[in-house]
Design a protein around this ligand. Structure first.
Ligand code: ADP
Ligand code: ASP
Ligand code: MG
Length: 412
């Protein structure tokens, strides 16, 4: 029998009634002849609630216990879906991450999957076509025997990794939108659904803020060449639509120059004024940040005219902003900056498209269009298939909509 992995996100399993609807989707595929492993998220809002409880219990919480608490949301939905499937006359059982096991690194809170042993699940398939209902987001660090979680949105990654491990024909990610759009359809009503999007572009879109898929899931899909669909769990189970296929660039006939626009509010800006313009200064700033595991993203340094001092601007994730400022202030004597200016009301807006490789001036058009709307650009980065601008967050929607129209992505 061919194998299939189906993943359902939080909104899709938010109530027992919706879980019954999920069971109907699963039943359809079983009846179509697939051996099915289903990966489920926690009910919508549950993980946020659990994280809140952890922070309430302990401000500087132990990340091992954080994982114990936040992994529990998926345990509930996997059991409930197994029950709903049994009620429909299907054979089904739940699997927690540690039972399979899904083996991960020890990085509690954002662990990486190292290996998955699919033997038990496959045995269930061959013995009596048992549907495997797997708790997403969870794994186990085997040397310590402790539960781990894969980072927010990690159930997508559980699903793609499982699909690769059991050699599934494809991985279907069911969510609350019917596919991947040219930008977040919740902020741009004119966004268009894409029939296909390349692994590379999806990877950039996810990294740059489109939260429809967790970045790591796209990496795994690309690495293991897992055909992955994003589709809607709210479709009628009897009449489903295929959604968006994430696939090789070569399989896409019609390529736009720009495929999508993404935005990320998870950026904070730090500017150091009047630092010495001499070798070693950048290292004195960025080495301590790296040692503290702070990811620096956009960096701009101005060439000074007097060759004595210069200004340096860069961005860090919002969650690391306070820590980064503290680290730099503690090294003020060594770095010798005059002033540290920070801003958290910033957003990074990006345009992504493999067509940028072969077309010049794509970003330049954006700078002009944003200027025409009176939007000031604070920082810019570009790479082969994307460019990003850092702007004031009040202009997020205007900037996303402006770029979306500029590159001809609006729905007719
Ligand atoms: P789930 O709970 O099913 O994992 P998520 O909330 O993680 O769902 O992801 C789906 C959401 O991603 C959509 O509701 C949508 O608002 C958002 N999103 C952001 N960018 C895009 C995009 N380019 N295409 C589709 N959805 C997007
Ligand atoms: N429940 C987890 C979260 O909210 C994992 C997921 O839904 O993918 O982040
Ligand atoms: Mg998600």
């Amino acid at each position: 029998m061919p194998r299939l992995v189906m993943k359902f996100g939080g909104t899709s399993v938010a109530t027992v009634e919706r879980i019954r609807n999920v069971a109907r989707h699963v039943k359809r595929e079983v009846e179509a002849g697939y051996d099915v492993a289903v990966v489920v998220s926690a009910m919508a809002g549950k993980t946020n609630e659990l994280v809140g409880w952890v922070k309430d219990a302990s401000a500087l919480y132990d990340s091992k216990e954080y994982d114990v608490v936040v992994a529990s949301g998926e345990q509930v939905t996997s059991g409930l879906l197994a029950l709903a499937l049994q009620e429909m006359g299907l054979k089904a059982r739940s699997w927690q991450g540690w039972q399979i096991p899904i083996m991960t690194s020890e990085a509690h809170g954002s662990a990486r999957i190292a290996a998955i042993d699919g033997t038990g699940i496959v045995k269930g398939f061959t013995d009596d076509r048992q549907v495997a209902v797997v708790s997403g987001f969870q794994g186990v660090h085997q040397p310590s025997g402790r539960i781990t979680t894969l980072g927010r949105g990690g159930s997508d990654t559980s699903a793609v990794a499982l699909a690769a491990a059991i050699q599934a024909e494809r991985c279907d990610i069911y969510t609350d939108v019917d596919g991947v759009y040219t930008t977040d359809p919740r902020i741009v009503p004119k966004a268009r659904r894409l029939d296909k999007v390349s692994y590379e572009e999806m990877l950039e879109m996810a990294s740059l803020g489109a939260k429809v898929l967790q970045v790591r899931s796209v990496e795994l899909a690309m690495m293991h060449r897992v055909p992955t669909y994003v589709r809607s769990s709210f479709d009628d189970p009897a009449d489903p639509k295929l959604g968006t296929l994430i696939c090789d660039e070569e399989d896409i006939m019609e390529q736009q120059i720009v495929t999508g626009i993404a935005y990320s509010r998870d950026e904070a800006q730090i500017t150091l004024r009047d630092i010495a313009d001499k070798p070693g200064i950048a290292a004195s700033i960025f080495v301590p940040l790296a040692e503290a595991n702070i990811n620096v993203d956009m960096i701009i340094q101005v060439v000074s005219d007097n060759a004595a001092t210069t200004d340096l601007t860069f961005t860090v994730p919002t969650a690391d902003y306070e820590r980064a400022c503290a680290i730099l202030n503690a090294r003020r004597d060594e770095i010798r900056f005059q002033d540290l200016q920070g801003a958290t009301d910033v957003v990074k807006v990006s345009a992504i498209g493999v067509g940028m490789r072969s077309h010049a001036g794509v970003a330049a058009r954006a700078f002009k269009a944003l200027a025409d709307k009176g939007i000031n650009i604070r920082a810019i980065t570009t790479s082969e298939i994307k460019f990003s601008v850092l702007i004031e967050s009040a202009y997020t929607e205007l900037a996303v909509r402006t770029l979306h129209s500029l590159y001809g992505l609006d729905q007719a």
